[in-house]
Design a protein around this ligand. Sequence first.
Ligand code: MG
Length: 221
Amino acid sequence: MTNRKTAKAVLFDMDGVLFDSMPNHAYAWSQSMTQFGLKMTTKEAYLHEGRTGSGTINILAQRYWGRDATEEEKHSIYEAKTRVFNTCPEALPMPGALDVLQRVKRQGSLIVLVTGSAQASLLDRLETHFPGMFCPELMVTGNDVKMGKPFPEPYLMGLDKAGVRADEAIVIENAPLGIQASHAAGIYTIAVNTGPLDNDILWESGADEIFPDMTELAKAW
Ligand code: MG
């Protein structure tokens, strides 16, 4: 079995793992939906984390309208969500994340980013807060994938970019759908429960280990 110390590559999710950005996303979803006659609690936003915006909007459209959202509706709803998100304070790096990255780098494992996000601002901020840790050749973003989490595609793409097999890698994830994606890709999955969900949901999604946060993971590394 893959071991933290001997993994050839460690694949990192971004929101909720490297940056404390999930409260902003959850707030933006919950605030922006009501004007369209849709409703999402912040807790539900955490359950959808990792899904594409379009996929999330369709789930609500089906529930409240009994049909899929049109492309036009998806566009205006996602725009409204983004507008609220952009008014939120800048998300800070997750405490302990730099420590974990430094340990991974020191032991010689490759560091790979696998995120559903396509927001250029967050990607730029990786270099500011975690200098020298990430390189563009070892990044999978929302722009690269067709299916996205919970499908294994983004993590399989991450393995491919790193040139390692599933049993030579480890994933660090916080979200149920991200854990499902990693598990489906056959990769040992360490969950950090940085949000409001119960550990049970992360176990059921396929987590192999759960830590309360990145600081505790760094200590255990
Ligand atoms: Mg995440």
